[in-house]
Design a protein around this ligand. Sequence first.
Ligand code: FCB
Length: 470
Amino acid sequence: MSTGTGRRFPDGFLWGSATASYQIEGAAKEGGRGPSIWDTFSRTPGKTLNGDTGDVADDHYHRWQEDLGHIADLGLGAYRFSTAWPRVQPGGRGPANREGLDFYSRLVDGLLERGVAPVLTLYHWDLPQDLEDAGGWATRDTAYRFADYAEIMARELGDRVDLWTTLNEPWCSAYLGYASGAHAPGRAEPAAALAAVHHLNLAHGLGLQAVRSVLPSARASVTLNLHVIRPVDPSSEADLDAARRVDALANRAFTGPLLNGAYPADLLADTAHVTDWSFVHDGDTAIANQPLDVLGVNYYSTGLVRRWDGSGPRSEDDGHDDALGSPWVGADDIEFVRPEGPYTAMGWNIDPSGLTELLLRVHREHPGLPMMITENGAAYADTVSPDGAVHDPLRIDYIARHLEATGQAIDQGADVRGYFAWSLLDNFEWSFGFERRFGLIRVDYDTLERTWKDSAHWYQGVVARNGLEG
Ligand code: FCB
């Protein structure tokens, strides 16, 4: 175990934990909430492990005050959560639902009363079903509807929100939702997935414009799951080219428009056989390229790729269920090889060096852009000991190693302002349902009782000393 390097973090480093609305709230049919694509998807037989849905989840909608108590007891400086669009606009358009707004308004006030900065994500995957019925993210209009919703939230919550985040991991929304079908809405249409990439980038820009039209000095961010992609054979041209192509789809499809104001030419060329990208209109990428106060980085593991020679079955070990197809649009001659272990219960490899590498890359390519790690953590098959405790040394080790890796990036110049452990609570892990537990706090899904795992006690200490023990 390397939990005790003695590493300390810069003064003012923000310590937090993260959740997302559909994963914790439950109360799917209460408070005037409309259905989201995740309600539809999870209720469709065969789409989630054990048929789990977010109908009840952690029942956070009713237990939010207890959960705020845990956040305060952990000593967190910030809490990252998302607002459910279908609670605010049940059909994704039109007037706001007062009950939904009140819920988030009380939550934000409750955080502020406890001295915790609210870090709000507007979209963590729960698209109103009515908007999907009208075409979802493959349709341009959805980006404009998102801007309306963003403006409603900005008017309601105003300057009480410390940091506004437009989207969480648009990579997942676009490619898992529209190409592989592993996530809601479960479509397997490669061209639609690339249209979704663009409309999410556009939604980010329009959404931030809308927030800033109401709150000119709002602090703003977007959270990306930037991928660390390595070639199997770094001396092979073919493998290097495979890594470049995957990097374009995974990373530069987002950082291009969002941070540089343009799609990379190689991405457009690599996918020309799938789409002509005519859904990108003049001026769109300038809209997507809004000034950001901080970039949210989610990091869990790395990817290993090579050119597939066409013989034998193609290895698709990218850490995701393939469901109906591959998320890697237009990359049928590339294979993902399982990286070296150890692995978490997700089957994801543990490699903190990837986090250092990633933070330094962003620092190099976008100097002056502060970063926060908005998600990092590990699923393990936790058990409750006879004494009622949950001993999860592997989770502690995982987080400690990634904190040390973050510190090493900071030492080398990366401007990292905070760290949010995923997740505060065990919750609905998307297509894996309740089977995969990421929480610092255990949730008993029969009684909904919350129990601090050892990792919660340990993280409380990290937060208090602003660093690792030792
Ligand atoms: C990320 C998601 C988050 C959670 C973790 C494990 O991709 O943003 O909701 O599911 O993975």
